[in-house]
Structures are given as C-alpha cells and as structure tokens.
Design a protein around this ligand. Structure first.
Ligand code: ADP
Ligand code: ASP
Ligand code: MG
Length: 419
C-alpha cells in the first residue's frame, strides 16, 4: 500500500457539508489502496475569530505580542475541532479513523510561540497506524515544544504540517484547496491567470515568500529540502458513483529537471505586507549604513530592499529600506533610539506600499526580463520606489493603490494569460 498525505484547507473544512465531501474524497483514496494521513485546517474564518478573542482577552494590552504561549493554546483549538469532526464523519462512512493531536504524533517544534518551526516529526508510530489500515487525522498548524507546551506554526501553517508529516512518512503530499492549482498569478486579481501544470520548488519558494499565499513559504522550503512531491488540487470534486476520483491534475511542485515546458517567467505576485522606512539627511560616510543595519540585525529585524540616494543637503544622503509590516514599528523605534549616533535628520515610515514581483527560473539565461517589467509599469504610469533582484526574480516597491493594476499589467506583458 502506498502512503499518502492529504491536506484540506479552511474552505474544504468550512462546515459539516464540506467536511462530508472531504471525507468522501479521503474515502476514495483509501479504497484506491492508499495508507492515509490527513492534515486539516480549522474551519474558514475560525482562526481569525480566535485571534480576535485572544486580542480581546488582553494579549496586545499585556504587550506580549507573539510570545504568548496561551495565544497558541487558543489558536490551536480550531484544528482540533475539524480533526475530530473529520474522524467522526469517516467512521460514519464505515472507515477506521482517529485523530492525532500535534502532541500525540508528536510534531515537535521550537518554542517560538505564534510562529514555531518544526524540529522533528517521528514517523514510526503514525506510519504503523496507517499501514495497519487506520486513517490518521492530524490537525495542521499545531505542534508541541520540548517543554511540552502547545505551539502554532504561523498563519497558513497547516501546509507546513502536511509537508512535515509527508516527509516523516516518506510519501507524497496532496494539498486540497479552493483553487485547482498554482496559477501564474492570484486568480482573484487576474481572472485570466493560467494554471501551471508543474512548477519548480525554487520558483514556488519565491512565489510563496513574495505573496502567493496558496502555500505557506516554510512548507515549500521543507518540501524542497526533503524532496517531498507536493500537488496542489481543488477540493471541489466528487468521487463518481463507483467511488472513484477524477484523474488528478492540479499543479505538481517538483524538481526543475522534471519540467519540460520552458518559460522565462512563471508567475507574478503581490505582497502588501511591506513597510518603507526612510532616513533623511544621513551623513554621507561609509560606516553609517553599517551602523543602521547592525542595529536592525541585532534586533532580528529582517530588511529586504535597500536604496541610497543623494539628498538636497550637501554631504548627506537618504537611506530607504523595507521590512515586513510587523517589524516596521520596532525598526522605526530602533532608529529613533539611535538617532544621535546614526546622525540622520528625519525619519519617514510609510505602510501604503506594496511589493510586486515577477518570478521565473528562465531569467537566469534570458536577457530583457527587467526591461519588459519597467516598460509595462511605465506604460501605466506606475512609479517604483525600490527594486530588489535575485537570480530568478525581480521585485519592485510601489504605491499600494497601484498594486493590482501592476500585477495585471505585468501578467499581460509577459503573456501569461490562458489561451
Ligand atoms: P487554504 O485555506 O486551502 O489553505 P488559502 O486561502 O491559504 O487556502 O490559499 C488559497 C488561495 O491562494 C486561493 O484562493 C487564491 O486566491 C490564493 N492565491 C494567491 N496566489 C495564488 C496563485 N499564484 N495561485 C493560486 N492561488 C493563489
Ligand atoms: N488555520 C490556520 C490559519 O488560518 C492555519 C491554516 O489554515 O493553514 O492560518
Ligand atoms: Mg493556506
């Protein structure tokens, strides 16, 4: 029997009817001869409600931010409910199923509450259970620290739970969601986006980290490191009268060598989780930027884009950098604390910015990708404030108001539309 991990997101677990459909899909795979572990998300909207409750109970007021271990106790409950409900529903279909909480598997994580990283998932007990014919239902998003406390893996973390369980069981991972695969861009922004049959781990990693929320970034990192074949599929399917599922299409995330279709650009993404901080009137000496970035690094603030430009005052420059929104306040605070040492005259923080990126492994060997990007933005009159590049992506920071327009313009400039 081949082992298989199936993951169902919040929409697929959204109510009892949807859980019944999910159970029929799982039952079909079980009857087709797979040993199955299912990883589930909380019902759509549930985690947001739980976050609001923890805020209401005083998490923010107590100043504990993401370090609160009780925040995780509350948040992990959403997945506990759906895991139990799916196990019950499967039993009603005559199948042997049971839930396995994060601490029972166990999914061992570090103790960074709110965004813990998985350290270890022993696969032997779970593997033996599923090989003996039981369907194991594992709540996504949750783990247990070595100190025995419940942890959560950061928003969207059920994808990472699923890939970690698949890596532990040495099998493939099917991610069922509300789209039928990974598209050239978010189909909610561009209805002409095209489904990719295959996408490389590297491209998917960039796409996820640059805003394509279809998979959590860490899940792709883990899949790439452990070589887990991941397929993204629609959960809006039904087995036929004989209980057989339609043939799987979706998107396979795999090694670059396994992709026959050669394209220069595979996707366009957008992220609003950006903030721009500008230090104005910084003395133009070589050691000032080092001073700025050392302070940020020591406080664990990740900086993404950096631009230095001349300022109007002789002998000074303006230094602009971006961080994730969550870090922006902290970064600005650090700068203000160090103002007299760093020596800048003024500071500006702007959260009305978005990062739009084009991604593709073909960029390594093709010229002209940047030129197409800047031409397309210029044609729409969209100014960019900062740029960053890697071997396989170009990102620009723009005014948030133009983010969706920019995504559509780039999607069409690289001819990514469905034909
Ligand atoms: P789930 O609850 O199943 O984890 P998510 O809401 O986290 O689902 O992720 C699926 C959503 O990701 C889709 O509804 C889609 O709007 C969004 N998305 C963003 N970028 C892409 C992309 N490039 N391809 C497919 N979906 C994308
Ligand atoms: N329920 C969690 C969230 O909404 C985890 C997940 O669904 O992946 O972030
Ligand atoms: Mg998700």
């Amino acid at each position: 029997m081949t082992r298989l991990v199936m993951k169902f997101g919040g929409t697929s677990m959204g109510d009892l009817d949807r859980i019944r459909r999910t159970a029929r899909i799982v039952a079909a795979e079980a009857r087709a001869g797979h040993s199955i572990a299912v990883v589930v998300s909380a019902m759509a909207g549930k985690t947001n409600e739980l976050v609001a409750w923890t805020d209401g109970a005083g998490r923010a007021a107590a100043g504990m931010a993401m370090t609160d271990d009780e925040y995780d106790v509350v948040l992990a409950s959403g997945e506990q409910v759906t895991a139990g409900l799916l196990a019950l529903t499967l039993r009603n279909l005559g199948l042997d199923a049971r839930s396995w909480m994060g601490w029972q598997v166990p999914i061992i994580t570090d103790d960074v509450h709110g965004r813990a990283r998985i350290d270890e998932v022993p696969g032997d007990v779970l593997g033996a259970a599923i090989d003996a014919g039981q369907i194991a239902i594992v709540p996504g998003f949750q783990g247990v620290s070595r100190a025995g406390r419940i942890t959560t893996l950061g928003r969207g973390g059920s994808d990472t739970s699923a890939v970690a369980v698949a890596a532990a069981l040495g099998c493939a991972c099917d991610i069922y969601t509300d789209v039928d695969g990974v598209y050239t861009t978010d189909p909610r922004i561009e209805s002409r986006a095209r489904r990719l049959e295959r996408v490389s781990y590297e491209e998917m990693l960039e796409m996820a980290s640059l805003g394509a929320k279809v998979l959590q970034t860490r899940s792709v990192e883990l899949a790439m490191a452990r070589r887990v074949p991941v397929r993204v599929l629609s959960s809006f399917i039904e087995p036929d009268a004989a209980g057989v599922l339609p043939e799987k299409s979706g998107t396979l995330i795999c090694d670059e060598e396994e992709i026959v279709e050669k394209r220069i650009v595979s996707g366009v993404t957008m992220s609003r989780d950006e903030a721009r901080i500008s230090l104005l009137g910084l003395p133009d000496s070589v050691d000032r930027p080092a001073e700025v970035f050392t302070r940020l690094a020591e406080a664990n603030v990740n900086v993404d884009m950096i631009v230095q430009s001349p300022s109007r005052t002789e002998g000074t420059v303006n230094l602009t950098f971006t961080t994730g929104r969550r870090d922006a306040l902290r970064a600005a605070e650090l700068m203000r604390e160090g103002q007299s040492d760093i020596g800048f005259q003024d500071i500006r923080v702007d959260e009305d910015v978005a990062k739009v990126s084009v991604i593709g492994v073909g960029m390594r060997s093709h010229a002209g990708v940047a030129q197409t990007m800047f031409r397309a933005l210029a044609d729409k009159g969209i100014k960019f404030q900062a740029i960053s590049t890697s071997e396989i992506k170009i990102s620009v920071l723009i005014d948030a108001a133009y983010a969706e327009l920019a995504v559509r313009a780039l999607h069409s400039a690289y001819e990514l539309e469905a034909v």
